[in-house]
Design a protein around this ligand. Structure first.
Ligand code: NAX
Length: 328
């Protein structure tokens, strides 16, 4: 049996980087065969078809089949995993309401198509921005598919945070555990190291030896660096993050399917940590048996509380805007 994977935005930049990692077995392991469904809009079909030709040329032994389509019913047919990468970017002069409306026009129909055509065990990972609220819209439209089967990507933020912390401590990234991204995948996100460890030792203690005032370093260096890393990449590279975003998507899905002790993902809140029920917000999560579980019972200090609340407030605003548009 092969896993059927639907990728939207397959003709785009992240899609191009993702496809070859998936087909190489980086996401589901070296023994799992995959069937790819590349879903695009008509303007993106040629690029997706070209990627499909190159996939053939790579002769991946795990890749059983590739289909390119602009029909969501075909694209999501039998999908076990759906990676929703295609989205409408913010254009010049576009207000947030316009952006949410444009993406509602993509993610609500895709949610409906997933409910109608995907496998009952489908797991949906939303990458296209605004990712949290796009996941909320898709989950709301996917009648009959449990909301737990939807999550949005904050793994790129977490990976950036772990890497920055490792650099500051001059430690291998593998030694860093317990970093959390809270809230929205946006500039309000809160990269939290209060429960992080480096080689088993509290990261804050190790940091104090290097930077002195840890809170000042977090506020002036670490948090802004992580939250604005996307803009830094655009400035230096002249284009947005692509391979690192694809790599984080691989990490996110792999951990969801294969299990993880501690990572971050935007999942539907049941009221944990005071995050209003129903919001798709990033939390510390573990994964077992193919399900995310929010890691509960962590102590949240006042500094963290303020930052979590600020990001959650933005998610509440986005949900209100989406409700006004009649998308929920
Ligand atoms: P590109 O513009 O290169 O590709 C997007 C592709 O999606 C295009 O080929 C377009 O034709 C297609 N598309 C648009 N509407 C579609 C629809 N209704 N159905 C199927 N396909 C559709 O963007 P790229 O650089 O690949 O980025 C994709 C998305 O990822 C963007 O929304 C971007 O903001 C978001 N990101 C999210 C990240 C995260 O951590 N959550 C990080 C990276 C990235 O910024």
């Amino acid at each position: 049996m092969a896993t059927t994977i639907t990728l939207t935005g397959a003709g785009g930049q992240i899609g191009y980087a993702l496809l070859f990692r998936i087909a190489a077995g980086d996401m589901l392991g070296p023994d799992e065969h995959v069937r790819l469904r590349l879903l695009e809009i008509p303007q993106g079909l040629k690029a997706a078809e070209g990627a499909a030709l190159e996939l053939q040329d790579a002769a991946f032994e795990l890749l059983d089949d590739v289909e390119v389509t602009d029909d969501a019913a075909v694209g999501f047919d039998g999908a076990n995993l759906a990676l929703l990468v295609g989205a409408r970017p913010r254009g010049p002069g576009m207000e947030r309401g316009d952006l949410l409306a444009a993406n509602g026009g993509i993610f609500a129909p895709q949610g409906r198509a997933i409910a109608a055509h995907a496998a009952s065990d489908v797991r949906v990972s939303v990458v296209g921005n605004p990712a949290n609220t796009n996941a909320l819209i898709a989950a709301a439209a996917a009648d009959g598919v449990p909301a737990e089967q939807f999550s949005a990507l904050t793994r790129l933020d977490e990976n950036r945070a772990r890497a920055q912390l490792a650099a500051a401590l001059d430690a291998p990234v593998a030694d860093i555990r317990g970093v959390t991204i809270w809230g929205n995948h946006s500039a309000t996100q809160y990269p939290d190291i209060s429960h992080a460890t480096v080689a088993g030792r509290p990261a804050a203690d190790a940091l104090a030896e290097r930077v002195g005032d840890v809170d000042a370093w977090l506020d002036s260096e670490f948090i802004p660096r992580v939250a604005k890393r996307g803009a830094e990449i655009i400035e230096v590279r002249g284009s947005s993050s692509v391979a690192s975003a694809a790599s984080a998507t691989i990490d996110h899905v792999r951990d969801w399917v294969q299990g993880a002790e501690w990572t971050s993902a935007a999942v539907v809140s049941r009221g944990e940590y005071g995050v209003p029920e129903g919001l798709v917000s990033s939390f510390p999560v573990r994964s077992a048996g193919g399900r995310w579980q929010i890691i509960e019972g962590l102590e949240i200090d006042e500094r963290s509380r303020t930052r979590i609340d600020a990001s959650v407030a933005e998610l509440i605003d986005e949900r209100e805007a989406v409700r006004t548009l009649g998308l929920l």
